[in-house]
Structures are given as C-alpha cells and as structure tokens.
Design a protein around this ligand. Structure first.
Ligand SMILES: Nc1ncnc2c1ncn2[C@@H]1O[C@H](COP(=O)(O)OP(=O)(O)OP(=O)(O)O)[C@@H](O)[C@H]1O
Ligand SMILES: [Mg+2]
Length: 395
C-alpha cells in the first residue's frame, strides 16, 4: 500500500520568499526567514529567492509535474539572462550552455543525473542550484562517505518509539531520498563513489522501480511524479568504489569540464569571490581583478604543465589547483587586504595562499614551485612585486 511521508522538520528551503528581503525589517520576519537571512551560507533557494520568484512569474512555458519552473527557466536560472521585464538573472554556472540543457532535460525524464568531473568543477554547486530551481528546495541531501549506511538512503528508526510501540509509521525516520520520493522533489546524493558499493546499490530499486519498500511495515513508498535524483562524483576518486554497471545505467552522466579559457576562469573566480566577499562583509575590491588574473594564470600554467604562451614546459604539482581553490586563495587574500592592508588586493595578499595550494607535498612540490618562480615568475613583465612576495613567503 502506498503511503505518504510527513516532513519531520520545518524546512527553510520550502519557503521561496525567505531571504528575498534579507536586509529589511528584520524585526518583523518570522523565525525561519530570519534564520535564512543570517545564515553564514544561505541555501540557493534563499540566496536567490528574488530571481526564482521573478522567473516563476514570467515563465509561461510548460512545467513538468511539480516543477517550480519550466526546463527553459531552470536553464536560464543557471546560465543567467535578462527577463522581459528587465530582471537580471545572474549566471550561476559559467560553461557550455549545452551541458546545462542536457542536465535539466535529464531531470525531466525518468533517468537520474550524475554530475562527474575533477575536483572543483562546480558539481556540488550545479546540483544545489538545479534542485533549488526545479523543486524550490536543495536540502534533501545525502552526503556520501565511506561510512554512509543504507539507512541514510532508505530510512531509519526512532529507537525510543520503536521499542515503545513496535514498528510503525511514527517510529520511521525517512531519509531525504524517501521524502523526495513521497513529495515529488529532487533528492541529492553527494560524492556517490565514496559510498560503499553495496550501499550504492540501494539506489537501483529506487531509480528503476521508483519505489522504496518498507518490509517491516509491509508497505512501500512510491515515488510521485516530480521525483528525481542528482548525484555527484569525483573523477579522481574513480576506482575507490566504482559504480556498478547496473547503477550506472540508471544515470545520465554529464561531465563538467574545467574552464576552457583563462578569461572564463577569471570571470568565475571574480563572480564567486564577489558573492562570498559580500556575505562575509569584506569590502568590494574592484582593483583586485589584476591579482585575480595572476592567481588564475599561475594555477592554469601549473595545472596544464606549460606557460600560457606555450613556450615553456613546466612540471605539475600534486595538488589539483582547481577553480575552487583559486576562489579561496583570492577570498583569503581579500580578507588580508581588508583587515591588515589598505583594502586593495596586492601580490603579498595572495602569495601565501598560492604557496599553500601549490606545495602540498613539501618535498617534490616545493622544487616544482621554486623552478616555476625562478624560470617564469621572475622573468615576466610586471610580475616583480609578485615575485618578491612569493620569495618572502617561500623562504
Ligand atoms: N564553471 C563554473 N561556474 C561557476 N562556478 C564555478 C565553476 N567552476 C567552479 N566554480 C565554483 O567553484 C566552487 C567549488 O565548486 P564545487 O564545490 O561545486 O566543486 P565540486 O566539483 O563539487 O568539487 P569536489 O569534487 O571537490 O566536490 C563553487 O563556489 C563554484 O561556484
Ligand atoms: Mg562537491
């Protein structure tokens, strides 16, 4: 017998308007909105509530069952654009449009979506924004680890109630996946390949039969229309717990690439740093763009093993030097500039961060870094200050 699952907690994510007026009349706001407004990192559906509301209001295209927006509007939310009434939708994902279109379309079919890529290619970020735009709630999340048990994907029990009254609906604690099935929402599984293989396979019945049996109660939870699942997995972790081919067949795989050009990467880093900086109340640093470009150049050259002009071959260090790491190097630099400098991002503010990202293995990576410093950084026009700052922190 199909049963419905009651949400066990109040989810701030269900409230589309939360956070929309984040900076006004704090006293009048109900507690959930207040929490969203003061959260260190609000969920996507709260942080971008105004954009989502504007999109929903002007979206006259057909929406799949229980979707908050049409696939077209979801893609616009991710890629950015300007609506007919002039509302500007900021780009969340910077990359090939087709990738986003395929990802969104997959969610409207009966196949689940697997976002694959090297670290820091925005898999988690895209998954969160997709869930926020499609279901208005990005919080139905299972974090995959080597210790993730089956209960985290299926359901668990409230043992006090179980012992007092025996197995019953009241004693059952639904997983985020079960709730998504019952409510026709988007569930998310992070780092799928870190989950032990037998636990991963719990997803097979869910994804192919769209049902989750509860043998203890002789019941099942059948997924209602609108349910789908987004999983993320790291390329580098492949081989840790490979997906079984049975499970892989239930997914459409979308590979998120590294940014194709330095300009694209500078764009991503400056956008994200600006957003993060605002949430941390760091002063805006419009003059920081030259330093951001430098960080991105260093990261790309060392990652690619060749200088940007293609002339000098380099050794690549062991770290991933991902876009995500470039973002945190610049954010840290901004904080240094704000608190201990004159508010302008300077070479000295990013040098230590870069060194930390590049030199992961103290022996081999340090040699690679020194070679890069002497052969490339030292000789480059306009990089003298940066060279000096790097020498200072490397000493
Ligand atoms: N192409 C991109 N467009 C927009 N943001 C990006 C892009 N690439 C990276 N980022 C930014 O990088 C940061 C890290 O991304 P995220 O955590 O989603 O990476 P990930 O692929 O999940 O990495 P990991 O494999 O380590 O989990 C986010 O803040 C995201 O905004
Ligand atoms: Mg991730």
């Amino acid at each position: 017998m199909p049963v419905s699952v009651e949400p066990t907690t109040v989810e701030q994510g269900h409230d589309q308007s939360a956070g929309a007026n984040a900076h006004t009349d704090a006293g009048a706001r109900p507690p959930v909105e207040q929490a969203a407004a003061t959260a260190l990192r609000p969920h996507a559906e709260n942080a971008f509530a105004a954009e989502l509301t504007a999109l929903a209001a002007q979206d006259d295209r057909p929406r799949p069952a229980r979707w908050k927006l049409s696939p077209w509007a979801v893609a616009t939310y991710l890629l950015g654009g300007t609506l007919p009434d002039g509302t500007v939708i900021t780009p969340k994902y910077v990359g090939p449009r087709r990738i986003v279109e395929v990802a969104v379309t997959t969610l409207a079919t009966d196949r689940a979506l697997l976002l694959l890529g090297v670290p820091g290619t925005a898999k988690t970020w895209v998954s969160e924004h997709l869930a926020a735009a499609v279901s208005g709630d990005s919080t139905l999340l299972v974090q995959g680890t080597a210790g993730t048990p089956e209960e985290a994907i299926r359901y668990g029990w409230n043992y006090a109630r179980l012992l007092a009254h025996g197995p019953s609906r009241d004693a059952l604690v639904p997983s985020p996946v079960m709730r998504a099935m019952a409510e026709g929402m988007t569930a998310r599984v992070e780092e799928l390949t870190r989950i032990p293989a037998d636990v991963q396979d719990t997803l097979i019945t869910i994804l192919s039969e769209k049902t989750l049996p509860i043998p203890e109660l002789g019941e099942e939870v059948q997924a209602v229309r609108g349910f789908n699942l987004i999983a993320t997995a790291n390329d580098r972790d492949r081989g840790v717990n490979d997906l079984s081919s049975a499970l892989r067949r239930r997914f459409n795989t979308v590979v998120l690439p590294l940014p194709e050009s330095a300009d694209a990467e500078v764009d991503i880093v400056s956008r994200r740093v600006d957003q993060i900086g605002r949430s941390l109340d760091l002063p805006a640093v419009p003059d920081g763009i030259a330093e951001i470009r430098r960080v991105v150049t260093v990261f790309r050259e060392l990652r690619d093993g060749v200088t940007a002009d293609g002339r000098t071959k380099l050794k690549s260090p062991s770290g991933t030097l991902s876009t995500a790491e470039a973002i945190s190097v610049v954010t840290n630099g901004l904080a240094l500039a704000a608190h201990f400098g004159d508010g302008v991002l300077r070479p000295g503010d990013v040098a230590a961060g870069i060194l930390g990202a590049v030199v992961r293995d103290p022996a081999a990576d340090r040699v690679i870094w020194q070679e890069y410093l002497e052969a490339v950084v030292r000789e480059r026009d306009g990089w003298k200050d940066f060279y000096r700052a790097c020498r200072e922190v490397s000493a």
